[in-house]
Design a protein around this ligand. Sequence first.
Ligand code: KIV
Length: 295
Amino acid sequence: MSTPPPRYASWTHGKLPLPELAELKRRDEKIVMVTAYDAPSARIADAAGVDLILVGDSAAMVLLGYDSTVPASMDEMSMLTAAVVRGAKRPIVVADMPFGSFQISDEQALEHAVRFVKEAGADAVKLEGAGPSLSRVRAIVDAGIPVMGHIGLTPQSATALGGFKAQGRTAAQARKLVDDANALQAAGCFALVLEAVPAAVAAEVTRQLSIPTIGIGAGADCDGQVLVWHDLLGLYEGRSPRFVKRYAQVGEEIKRALERYAEEVRTGRFPEEQHTYAMPDEELREFTAEVTAQP
Ligand code: KIV
């Protein structure tokens, strides 16, 4: 048996136990989350040692080519989640509940959360907002499904928030964020995403909560960080927000590879002998005789 990494208090082979996240917060060790939308990416994230994979509805923009996250459907998100689950063994897989899948009622929210767990194999779900989302969180948690909250810039309601811009920049808005965070913890969330909020506000939320905060554009004092796969790797053509750090330019690398491929196809340098199949001489002779005998 391999030596357990010292990072986790209760090492088990296989899935990272959910309570480890609170333990990491308690020990002041940072939590790493990344989005992913397919099995190979999930395998790479797993091998790189990330703690959580979020199958974000950002898929609508970075993967499916929409202008916002709103059009993502349950069918699309469920298919992507199932692919990620097949690729990720250790990280906790969180399925993002798309717009329209939880807004109508607690029953509707629970039905879709159950679908993510039962059909797609998700370990947990995430949903945006506080206010009306609180009773959704309670309904889903009561059914035994872990829920991650998400406040600050909530892209599904970007229009109502006045666009994709930072939230909680007045004292009153900051107080509301702190109240919402506490309410989501009380409703049963196991963790909370804080998106595009001032670092000072995120730090105060993180100090007040016992559940971990996962920041994106929320400063260094959150208990963990999340970035969108395509932003982090340089795969997204659109304009990235200021909080994105690019760790690679994979899109450029892919483009260079495709240009070389196209050039080699057009000049006849690909495929080479090593890329083709031969047939036994005797069979080839018979085949050639047959086709040349035809009128
Ligand atoms: O959809 C998503 O990728 C998200 C993250 C940005 C937190 O919600």
